[in-house]
Write a protein that binds this ligand. Structure first.
Ligand SMILES: [Zn+2]
Length: 402
């Protein structure tokens, strides 16, 4: 609740967008708490902040946990923050109880997970896992022309003298706790979500070209109406994605008509297709069928389809899923295995090291909304499962996670 006060909105939510002054204030507060737990802070080239608790073997690869503190403009109080504070709680408890682990444990705050002010989202974890992307990210500007680089310099003035953390250093494992942001756990009356993976995504820009003509004089036979043709295409796509199991996520979220004049036959329509699925082969096949369907339904208009985003699904290792499930069982917590519909930083970390996620339910699945809410006992349960998993990993001399 103290963090939620930073950037609090009138409707009870949070507006703490990436690399704003509010984001900096949140990080400062966390830094203060981390120092009380004797953690060693550091920062990397994209502004990810790390808080390290030493291990008996301090040269061993650390076990890493954390999430993000930035929010959407209409964000809630728990998205991202929960995973950071659950990790902090775990480190505080280890500190208070004077428990040593074999490996170091690092709490991390990833920069710009949301991607609302600067695109793309998950920028911090993407640059961490693939440092070649750093230069381009630093030049990225927001709507006012302010760059990530400028804001990172401001952030560093706020938290001066932090040691540098290298990019790309693989942890022994990364585990992220997060609210589900969907309704599945609540519907299943389960407290712990064992996340099996993160959906892949394909996004296309589709342009349908027809011909502008007089709406009063042009007979049907000679019209090339880009809008009516685009409607046909969208409806054919809707038929294409009617899977009985309801696992395909299909959205046409933008639709632009030109010239957009009441008495002119539309000359051009541009729209987006966003399709998501957990299975890579299904998603690839869908992408191919989407292209075919657009062409086949174009009628007398011409159609062009440009892929703008192709992100493969991530499957978290069974062994990591099992660690989380076992911890839930030992603590007599109900659990349910589910894929994540939303993107998360763990997507990138899974390319670098074994990774996994722990979900807890949120009220009616509402997120990116001031009404985002959770039960205190779920917060505690998720933190306890996270603690068990992290300590188990941190005490393993050799990590053989299949
Ligand atoms: Zn989040």
């Amino acid at each position: 609740m103290e963090l939620a006060a930073i950037g609090a909105t009138e409707s009870g939510g949070v507006n703490r967008q990436a690399l704003t002054d509010r984001d900096g204030e949140g990080r400062l507060l966390l830094l203060e708490w981390a120092r009380q737990a004797n953690l060693e802070p550091s920062i990397d080239a994209i502004g990810n902040m790390f808080f390290r608790r030493r291990g008996q073997d301090n040269d061993a690869a650390p076990v890493m946990t954390g999430s993000h503190l930035d929010s959407e403009p209409t964000g809630g109080r728990f998205d991202g923050v929960y995973g950071v504070l659950a990790g902090l709680e775990l480190l505080q408890v280890l500190h208070d109880a004077k428990i040593e682990t074999l490996r170091p444990i690092e709490l991390v705050v990833w920069t710009n997970e949301e991607g609302c002010r600067f695109q793309p989202g998950c920028m911090g974890s993407a640059a961490y896992c693939d440092p070649d992307r750093l230069a381009q990210f630093l030049e990225t500007a927001d709507a006012d022309g302010i760059t990530v680089d400028q804001e990172l310099q401001a952030l560093r003035r706020r938290v001066p003298n932090l040691p540098e953390h290298p990019l790309g250093m693989a942890p022994a494992a990364f585990i992220e706790a997060h609210i589900e942001q969907g309704p599945v756990l609540e519907a299943n009356k389960s407290t712990i979500g064992v996340v099996s993976g993160i959906q892949g995504l394909r996004r296309y820009n589709v342009v349908v070209d027809g011909e502008a003509a007089h709406g009063g004089t042009t007979p049907r036979a000679t019209r090339k109406d880009a809008l009516l043709q685009a409607v046909d295409i969208v409806s054919a796509l809707r038929d294409l994605v009617q899977d009985p199991e309801d696992t395909i996520r299909f959205t046409v979220g933008r639709f632009l008509v030109s010239p957009n004049s009441p008495s002119v036959v539309p000359a051009r329509v541009e729209f987006t297709v966003d399709v998501r699925h957990n299975d890579a082969a299904t998603l690839t096949a869908l992408g191919k069928k989407i292209l075919e369907t657009c062409v086949a339904s174009a009628g007398r208009c011409s159609v062009s389809i440009e892929p703008v985003s192709l992100v493969a699904p991530v499957v978290f290792r069974d062994s990591v899923q099992q660690l989380i499930r076992d911890a839930a069982v030992r603590q007599r917590l109900s659990h349910f295995t589910l894929p994540s519909g939303a993107g998360h930083d763990a997507r990138h970390l899974a390319q670098l090291s074994p990774a996994g996620m722990i979900f807890i339910p949120c009220l009616h699945g509402i997120s990116h909304n001031a009404a985002e809410s959770v039960e205190p006992e779920h917060l505690a349960a998720g933190a306890r499962v996270l603690a068990e998993v992290i300590i188990e990993l941190a005490d393993s001399p050799k990590l053989t996670l299949a």
